[in-house]
Design a protein around this ligand. Structure first.
Ligand code: C2E
Ligand code: MG
Ligand code: MG
Length: 789
């Protein structure tokens, strides 16, 4: 310890004595000059070697000659942290403080300093000293005269004691410091721990709260143990109580819908391998009630240092309602709301796929069937939309039932039946091998629809027209094949009820031509390309009874077109109504001019053909009277021709219309008689002036006995009904004679005159004689004046 002592730590001793000689004595004893070997030798010869070698310890001696001075030095030593270990204090130090007072003062400043009180006389008794300072162990008394050894021992022992005490004190302080520091650290750690515990508790609380409050079921999968914690809510979401579900992963995975298991496993693999940041996906889980519920699963995996997944945790959210709503929306987007069948969008997808397949594999032919109910409009109009809707639903049911029943000829699936709106349905038939197979299917569809439907007490009969397009590799898109099926349907409908037509390319050409004609015809009316030709109707003596107005189209490129080249197209649209109006007005005006121009023809009537569409118009009668007014023609000069088919279609309504026309004074002729099915009971109630026997019968009376009989029968019938008979298509003189013999009243045909332009007709009128009113026997109803004509 001593050996490690530095110079600054050399023990400092303070000598306090008023006598300077004493100071020298102390110095001699405690701090003798170095390397004075002679003196040492002398000393040892004098005192022997019993004296401890003072050189073993080194002291720094300082001197104070008065108590006050000593006190000052002690104070400074403390300030400079260079304390005295020991002070030798003289008892008597006039004129200042004596030793006792000095010691008292010094100890007040430095209580650790060791003191040796040096006294010659017994100034104070030991008891007195003890009383004054207490039984302190820091004061010893040295009696004068000094014994050198005693001084050395005192200096050595007391300074060592001071040093030890001080060292112990320092150590203690150091230890105290360490303890305090450690206590502080512990406290800090403790506080942190407490904080952490509180945070944990809060987190735990929050978690519990979240777990109970949240709608989500939680899971925590220990992959090392192979067990899963499922939260009560997780179990509840699947209809189970807390204790009904264990902790095996199978509780989860065995409930996953077979179709979703692969995706779930992939999602797990991807996340566990680090390919995805989160485990996330949707799957169906089997509920206790046997139904599947849609779940959104989310989770994260925790890995150990080796990167192995040791744990994964996450949640389940029940998204069944959202899924169902989505599904509903998706369904509605692709299906017809009324019948639940596929809609146009879905159908297009379906056909688009089939076209793609066909492109790859030419053997995978398919067919598209367009169905249109023949009498739906009648049902809807007469019984109302509610029944109409129910009827459509029933037809849809039959069609999809038909599909579901399967077919050995062609393949179909659920979405192969679509409704395109109204009464239009479409079927897709897959894997068509022979075209005839498709026709067989069509026949069975006809049968299925033909079964009467009973709705709210009404027994409804319907039929369906079917147009078929059989796909070939030439089709590039859905529109093309639908267009062709539609064209075939159009043909089927034109052919009559319950017909089926398969599309062929000619049909398309024809349809295109028709479409062109229609658009050109629309323009033709405005461009005044229509003409009216006239053909005379004469008596057996050749006198003119009336003229029939017949439309022609002066086409800019195709020349003069006959009605059969454009009227069928016009019939399909409302163009026929516009054409009819125009011809009627034109003919009435023209005849009015001729009546004035040729006085003998002043009552000449004009026959105007009336289409079924025109006749069905609610304002038809008003229209006729307006035309007559505008042309300035008497109603008796207009003969309206309606075909037998039109007259009989809605015979009851026809009777009403005809009666009103007749009341106006207009004459009515039934055209093309013999080609339709007339009801005699209605025929005799209709105010008819003449029946025109269709030229197909008239023209074949020589070759066909039946035709001859028909002409004969019609003539007899007409006459019995007090109605005139006109023979159409009288092409030759022998024919003329024959039908005249059969009793026909009037004659129209090429052997009399061909239809001619207005200019030609005018020349004709100049030559021909007018029929004598007496010759016109039955152009008025019984009771009416025959002078009307
Ligand atoms: P329809 O009313 O039966 O007209 C008579 C048709 O017979 C006319 O044909 C006429 O040219 C034709 N014809 C007359 N005599 C003979 C003959 O000896 N031999 C032959 N083979 N034919 C003869 P067109 O002018 O071609 O008219 C055909 C049909 O067109 C008419 O049949 C009529 O139903 C319709 N039609 C003509 N013009 C109009 C019109 O302005 N409006 C309406 N709605 N239909 C019209
Ligand atoms: Mg006619
Ligand atoms: Mg006719």
């Amino acid at each position: 310890m001593e050996s490690g002592m530095t110079a600054a730590e050399q023990r400092r001793i303070l000598i306090v004595d008023d006598n300077p000689a004493i100071h020298d004595d102390f110095r001699k004893i405690l701090a003798p000059p170095k390397s004075n070997d002679e003196l040492d030798a002398l000393e040892s010869s004098l005192f022997g070697d019993s004296r401890p070698k003072p050189s073993a310890e080194t002291y720094v001696l300082e001197s104070a000659y008065q108590g006050q001075e000593a006190l000052e030095m002690v104070r400074r030593s403390i300030e400079e942290s260079n304390r005295y270990a020991l002070a030798f204090v003289d008892m008597r130090m006039p004129p200042g403080w004596d030793g006792m007072e000095t010691i008292e003062k010094i100890w007040q400043v430095d209580p650790d300093i060791q003191i040796v009180l040096c006294t010659a006389y017994s100034d104070y008794s030991w008891d007195e000293i003890n009383r004054r300072f207490g039984s302190a162990d820091r004061l010893l008394i040295l009696k004068k005269p000094y014994d050198t050894i005693e001084v050395c021992q005192l200096a050595s022992a007391l300074s060592k004691k001071w040093h030890l005490a001080r060292h112990a004190h320092l150590k203690l302080n150091q230890l105290k410091g360490m303890v305090a520091e450690q206590t502080r650290q512990l406290q800090k750690t403790n506080e942190e721990l407490l904080l952490e515990v509180r945070r944990h508790a809060e987190a735990e609380n929050r978690y519990r709260l979240a777990e109970t409050g949240a709608n989500d079921g939680l899971w925590d999968w220990d992959l090392v143990e192979g067990s899963v914690y499922f939260s009560p809510r997780w179990k509840d979401m699947l209809g189970y109580a807390e204790d009904q579900i264990g902790s095996s992963p199978d509780e989860w995975f065995n409930r996953v819908h077979p179709e979703d298991i692969a995706a779930l496993k992939t999602a797990c693999d991807e996340h566990f391998s680090g390919a995805s940041e989160q485990l996330r996906g949707e799957c169906r889980l089997l509920h206790q009630d046997g139904q599947y519920r849609w779940m959104l699963y989310r989770g994260v995996a925790i890995k150990d240092e080796q990167g192995r997944v040791v744990r994964a945790a996450g949640s389940f959210t029940d998204i069944t309602e959202r899924k169902m709503a989505e599904e509903q929306l998706r369904f509605e987007a692709l299906h017809d709301t009324l019948t639940g069948l596929a809609n146009r969008v879905k159908l297009s997808d379906r056909i688009g796929d089939a076209i793609c397949r066909l492109k790859r594999d030419p053997n995978r032919r398919f067919a598209v069937m367009f169905l249109d109910l023949d009498r739906f409009k009648v049902i809807n109009d007469s019984l109302g939309h509610l029944i109409g809707d129910k009827f459509l639903v029933e037809i849809a049911r039959r069609l999809s039932g038909f599909i579901r029943a399967g077919d050995e000829l062609v393949q179909t699936s659920r979405d192969d039946v679509a409704r395109l709106g109204g009464d239009e349905f479409v079927l897709v038939l897959d894997n068509v091998v022979r075209d005839t197979d498709v026709l067989h299917v069509a026949q069975r569809l006809h049968d299925a629809v033909a079964e009467p439907v009973v709705i709210d007490g009404h027994t409804l009969h319907s039929a369906v027209s079917i147009g078929i397009a059989i796909a070939h590799q030439g089709y590039n898109n859905v529109t093309e094949i639908l267009r062709d099926a539609d064209t075939a349907l159009y043909q089927a409908k034109a052919a009559g009820r319950s017909c089926t037509r398969i599309f062929d390319p000619d049909m398309h050409q024809k349809a295109m031509a028709q479409w062109r004609t229609e658009s050109e015809l629309r323009a033709a009316i405005d461009n005044q390309e229509l003409r009216v030709f006239y053909q005379p109707v004469v008596t057996s003596t050749g006198a003119l009874v009336s003229i029939e107005a017949l439309v022609r189209w002066q086409h800019p490129n195709r020349g003069l077109l006959d009605p059969d080249q454009f009227l069928p197209v016009a019939e399909e649209s409302d163009l026929i109504v516009r054409i009819g109006r125009w011809v009627a007005l034109e003919a009435c005006r023209q005849v009015r001019i001729w009546q004035t121009k040729f006085p003998r023809h002043k009552n000449l009537p004009v026959s105007v053909n009336t289409s079924s569409k025109q006749f069905a118009l609610p304002g038809f009668i008003d229209e006729i009277s307006q035309i007559l007014a505008r042309a300035g023609l008497a109603p008796q000069s207009l003969r309206l021709e309606i075909t037998e088919t039109v007259a009989m279609r809605d015979a009851h309504a026809t009777v009403q219309t005809l009666l009103r026309l007749r009341a106006m004074g207009v004459l009515i002729d039934v055209d093309d008689f013999g080609t339709g099915y007339s009801s005699l009971s209605y025929l005799h109630r209709m105010p008819i002036n003449a029946l025109k026997i269709d030229r197909s019968f008239v023209g074949s009376i020589f070759e066909d006995k039946v035709s001859a009989h028909i002409v004969q029968a019609i003539t007899l019938l007409a006459h019995s009904l007090q109605v005139d008979v006109v023979a159409e298509g009288v092409e030759t003189i022998p024919l003329f004679s024959a039908v005249r013999t059969m009793g026909c009243d009037y004659f129209q045909g090429y052997c009399i005159a061909r239809p001619m332009s207005a200019a030609d007709m005018e020349i004709y009128l100049g030559d021909v004689k007018a029929a004598d009113p007496a010759e016109i026997r039955r152009n008025s109803l019984p009771g009416e004046s025959s002078s009307a004509a």
